[in-house]
Design a protein around this ligand. Sequence first.
Ligand SMILES: [Zn+2]
Length: 381
Amino acid sequence: MQRAVIGTAALSGLSYIGLLSASRSNGRLLRDIELLRNDRKTCPALPGLHDFKGVIHVHSNLSRDSEGTPEEIIRAAEETGQRFILLTDHNNRKIFAQGMQGRYGDVLVIRGAELIKGGQALLAVGIKEYVDGHSMTIQQAVTAIKAQGGLAFVAHPWLFKEWEVEGIDGMEIYDIADSTVAQIWKAPVMFADILTPGAEHPESVFLRGPLTRPDSYLSKWDGLTQKRKLVGIAGNDAHQNVELFGRLIDPYPLSFKFVQSHILAPALNEPALMRALQAGHVYSSFGLLADASGFQFSARNEGLLGIMGDEVPVTARPVLTAQAPHVGLMRLYRNGQAIHVVTSDKLEYPVREKGVYRIEVALQIGGRQYPWIFSNPIYLV
Ligand SMILES: [Zn+2]
């Protein structure tokens, strides 16, 4: 009995030390991030284009697995500086009668749905009417989405099989839910973060858990973009429905602050954003580390300016140019292979070979590298 008591005391002592050290290292990490954020440069904008930051793949209480109200969603977007929300409730007829759509103050909501068939998920962005995905093949669903002027993105790519389907516009290259599942071996660390005494920041749970380079999604994407254009987006898959030990782990504000997609468009309205999204004028970023607004990746030469998603002739002898608001490790990839790496806030690379070129930027924080920005490719043809 006594031994058991001592054992329990020792164990709780040990776990308390563990929790305290988790708390200290979280405090340090969050301080280091704060320092980095203070050292920010403004990047000059591309002519005629604005960088609109927002969130893609959001569920409200029109989905059976979310109780989030429209007011909570708009408030979270305003609090975290989002300019657009791509709302994708689980597919049902109600969405199209009751779902949010249009302008709410500074925030534009584009309505769509998440269609799931046999585990394969599509985000039908900007559709106006119900598509009965259950009675259709994936190909028919994509065709129906496109017939309404919508865009079709693959969500949860690890469950998707029918990549040969025609008309798919893009895919999630990151999804918070998928990344959390893939990092489940980190669960003890995440639990320690959640239980840290006095901790006011569940942010550290996200930083030490799902904030990870999505290796398998990126290599899948790299393989596919060598055959056809495919726009990469980050999926928040925000539900505000995960509770652990009585604590809400994924409130909308945190989920929105964690990762964003940035769309480069001339104006904030549905047609402009849909066109830019389809064209791949998009990059994704873990904004929880630092706001990436202003990041650019382009192909330039006298009289020539191609941006992410564009096709640029290699005969124009362009220089691939990237700039970021913070110094980071900038990696240029060609057809999935890293070909040039610099630690800087600028990268220039004269390109003479055809291929699919994209950039990643990682930030060095407290001796560790954190992935930060993922551009869409420029297609050198
Ligand atoms: Zn979803």
